[in-house]
Design a protein around this ligand. Structure first.
Ligand code: PMP
Ligand code: GLN
Length: 383
């Protein structure tokens, strides 16, 4: 009888795709899947068109175009004082998603364990499963999404090969402090693990808060694979230009996997992102204040609706505590909001492996035009 690979058992459509599809079905305002409803910057789009017209249209080297790797090396040095060799310690991938998958394939054996923080971004767990390994969750507890040091240390075992950290964190908007990151560094060092640091929201930090790359902690650079992407930074999620930075032996392995997944990434888009990175400092000033004002607009609206929650310091997500307003769980309340209020959100229980905590929240994406956010708030009146 014909059958499918066992490794895909239990896989379902991603919650992001499901909710965007439902938003369309019910003609609801889509605050579910994380992407802006406005376009990315003109200068980068124009640069991509120029490169297409100039003939940058054949395969890129599988490591990525040198211009982009060099721009990234400059950025890591300039922003974080981290030195990466553009030739051997940086590689370009098809968005952070491929970087995560390729890194896990390159490092993890069947039977290994990977420590993750829940709520956990969906692709980590699926990539871990596809490698035949096990995700071991540590729960971030609301309202501030802190974790228990003992629970973290207990999550490590002789089988632990990798810990995945994501700061700024999707879906909570939490930005981990140096002290919290150091709490992760200690057991990672003790158990001699790799650390995958997903930093796709590195530039989306607000107020007085700073992003701290995990690799910048003392002694951590060698064991850390830093992954990021142009998708969030330039509001171009459909371009899928991402990168991994790590020591040369790790990057060599990641490249060996990457060449058999996608081989290489869209050439003109890589050149355009390289151009964009050259102007990133001036670009980020407006970018950050634009997102911060969207966060403030939406938070104020939620407060006026009677919700109480701490202000998230990063990403473009809010974890909205719902028990103040309903007896329903996240899935039930999410359904009600789509059908009755025409607002689509994400039920975060999809991001938890052990804890029931997710049932008490909805994830909202505020990377939307102010008008979209105001309309959504107006639809939520009377909750
Ligand atoms: N990691 C996190 C935490 C994300 O939220 C996302 C999605 N935006 C990704 C990775 C994937 O990024 P990309 O679109 O570059 O593949
Ligand atoms: N990262 C986006 C989110 O968190 C979704 C990406 C996707 O749809 N795969 O909503």
């Amino acid at each position: 009888m014909r059958s499918f690979a066992n490794r895909t058992e239990g896989f379902e459509d991603s919650i992001f795709a499901v909710m965007s599809q439902k938003a369309a079905q019910y003609q609801a305002i889509n605050l579910s899947q994380g992407f802006p409803d406005f376009d990315g910057p003109e200068f980068i789009k124009k640069s991509a068109c120029d490169f297409i017209n100039k003939g940058a249209n054949q395969y890129a080297p599988f490591a990525g175009v040198k211009e982009l790797r060099s721009s990234l090396a400059d950025l890591y040095k300039d922003f974080y004082d981290l030195s990466y060799n553009a030739d051997s310690e940086i590689t370009i991938v098809n968005g952070a998603t491929e970087g995560i998958y390729a890194t896990i394939q390159a490092l993890i054996n069947p039977g290994d364990e990977v420590v993750v923080f829940e709520p956990v971004y969906d692709s980590y767990v699926s990539s871990i499963k596809l490698a035949g390994a096990k995700a071991v969750p540590v729960t971030l507890k609301g309202p501030n999404f802190t974790f228990d040091k003992q629970e973290l240390e207990n999550a490590f075992s002789h089988q632990t090969k990798l810990v995945i950290i994501n700061s700024p964190h999707n879906p909570t908007g939490k930005v981990f402090s140096t002290q919290e990151l150091e709490m992760v560094a200690r057991p990672a060092t003790k158990h001699d693990c790799f650390v995958l640091s997903d930093e796709v929201y590195e530039h989306l930090v607000y107020d007085d808060v700073k992003h701290i790359p995990f690799a910048s902690l003392e002694g951590m650079k060698d064991r850390t694979i830093t992954i990021s992407s142009a998708g969030k930074t330039f509001g171009l999620t459909g371009w899928k230009v991402g990168w991994c930075c790590a020591s040369d032996d790790v990057i060599d392995r990641i490249r060996k996997v990457h060449q058999y997944i996608t081989f290489s990434i869209a050439t003109p888009l890589q050149f355009a992102v390289a151009q964009g990175l050259k102007e990133i400092k001036s670009y980020l000033v407006e970018f950050r204040s634009c997102y911060q004002s969207k966060r403030d607009l939406f938070m104020q609206g939620l407060e006026e609706l009677g919700f109480e929650l701490p202000t998230p310091k990063g990403t473009y997500f809010i974890m909205l505590p719902i028990s103040q307003k309903t007896e329903l769980d996240d899935i039930g309340f999410c359904e009600k909001l789509i059908v009755e209020n025409k607002v689509a959100t994400i039920p975060p229980s999809a991001f938890y492996l052990n804890s029931e905590e997710g049932k008490k929240y909805l994830r909202i994406c505020y990377a939307k035009e102010d008008e979209t956010l105001k309309k959504a708030l107006s639809n939520l009146q009377g909750l």
